[in-house]
Design a protein around this ligand. Sequence first.
Ligand SMILES: [Zn+2]
Length: 663
Amino acid sequence: MQTLTTILKNAIVLTMNQDLDIFDPGAVAIDGCDIVAVGSEERILACYQADEVIDCANKVLMPGLINTHTHIPMTLLRGLADDLRLDVWLMGYMMPVEREFVSPEFVRLGTKLGCAEFIRSGVTTFNDMYYFEDHVAEATAEAGLRAVAGQTVMKFSAPDAESFEDSLALSESLIQKWQDHPLIVPAIAPHAVYTCTPDVLTSVVELANKYDARVHFHVSETKDEVENLRKEHGMPVVPYIRKFGMLTTKLTAAHCVFLDEGEIRSLQHAGVGIAHNPTSNLKLASGFAPVPRMLQLGCNVGIGTDGSASNNDLDMFEEIRLANLVAKASSGDPTVLPASQTLEMATIIGAKALHMDDIIGSLEPGKKADLILVDLSPVHNQPRFMRDPNGIYAQIIYAAKSTDVTDTMVNGTWLMKDRKLLTLNVEELVAEAAKIAAKIDEFLIGREESVFSKLIAIGGAAEEESFEVQAKVKVDSIDPVFEALSKPGITILRKRHYHEYDTYFGFDKPSQGRLRYREDEFLDETGKISSVRSRLTLIGELDTPRDLNDSQIMLSRSRYLAPATHSLRFYNEYFKPSSKLEIEKNRLRYLIQFKDTEFFINLDTIQKPDIGKFVEIKSRTWSRQDADQKTALIHELAAYLGLDQTKINTQDYLQIVENLLEK
Ligand SMILES: [Zn+2]
């Protein structure tokens, strides 16, 4: 009789093989890192003996869970910023904090924390995307878990790379270093279409093809992503990335919330793996991925937790249950995604989604010994019905909890036995995490105090300060100005005509200055829009304007300019201004030369707001009888300005309006 390393006997064995064979009582025979045999206990014990024989009474023995999409070091950012829209969350909080704090040490600690959570909740393989991925790989290998480690590549500078060329170089050395490792599969992880240029995508595909490497990519996560791509390139995400050859790589596409029928078929045809992330999609209100349809068409749809900054836990049991429930609720059909198929998504289909089903995903001879034991004795798992053998899947999907996982084995090595972690010291990791959290808190508190530092934090702000002297004069007719411009001694160097849409954000403390979001529509000779530009300007507190009768002279003010790369909605949610004022004007702008000095002359016609209304409130002598009419006018103006009418009195309104208009 052959003597092996380990035999697990007297278990309810869910093989998750092609026929979904169940053995009860069943046994699994393991030698080294490989599964040698799976079957009825009687048959296995008749053929094999082992150094370690474990009785698994009352336990389900099944393949370890496969988390097809995560950013494991983000365990250190769990609970940092929540209840925000994806772009504000990502560009406003995650990326700035990551730029400041993410280092090899940060990544190692976050990875180990995440590994502890994975091992405890029965995850044996995860598909990762992050920075310093070489360190993620090292920490994971030390913890004993299996991972596809994807080095992030994107157009912005990242914590580990100045440019995308640098991150490609990191990807290549990651691949060379880890390609033959028993636990780590190196990969390239271009972040998303909105963070990657065509150059980035082309280079990623080249590198992936050179090494036959896996690619891990966010695809069609939000409606905005798809709509923006349609606007810019006239097509949705899947045909767009296909142009770069992305579908010919061993690709795993995360999210896939907004795909049309044709795109789903393309992914299926190309054998692209899909990672479904129900918690993240629900929490960020991204939407409902068409999971039943994708499965029906034969796509390999695995399940993933996404990072713990958007989930906020790495609990695959919860994720599996949500995947199941969301599919039923969003399709209005409780028969879709039965329990057995849901568990397939988290095991064998997940393995296919990572292009790794040759070694993991099911308990079959020849595969790696990645498995877990789930205890059915807790009260929430009782009683058990034997009539329908498939009932056991329902037990796991609808009732069992991650805390029911008692033992976890990866590659033939126990990482947890009787709920005791064998490769990691959680107390130490948690104490280290608390120290980093305190530093991040301090950083964000400091940043939130100043509009300027918030502007710098989102990257775009070129710290370009300018000073200017402005003279403002109200004119009843602009004809005299035109006449003056044609006088000798004045040379018109340049003339432009545009339509300006300004939104001014005001803040509680005047010392914060005001932030202006400006969209310029440049108009050609015929008045048609020739181009559009968006800019942000942080305007410092004004020197008291000097009144010269009807005009004002402003001597200087600081201005920080930045291209507005996000939407007005983004800036509104990110800066949370206390007041807003929209001004729309038609502007003729001349650059003139007068005696060796160049000046700009702007001729503005204000089209919005209705200044007449303001003037009426200010200038009219209001009698007692007209009080209601005055209040109504003020409220109209206040509503227009987006001011909270419950918190502010009439005098304040007028003061705010006056300040805004006079500036
Ligand atoms: Zn993600």
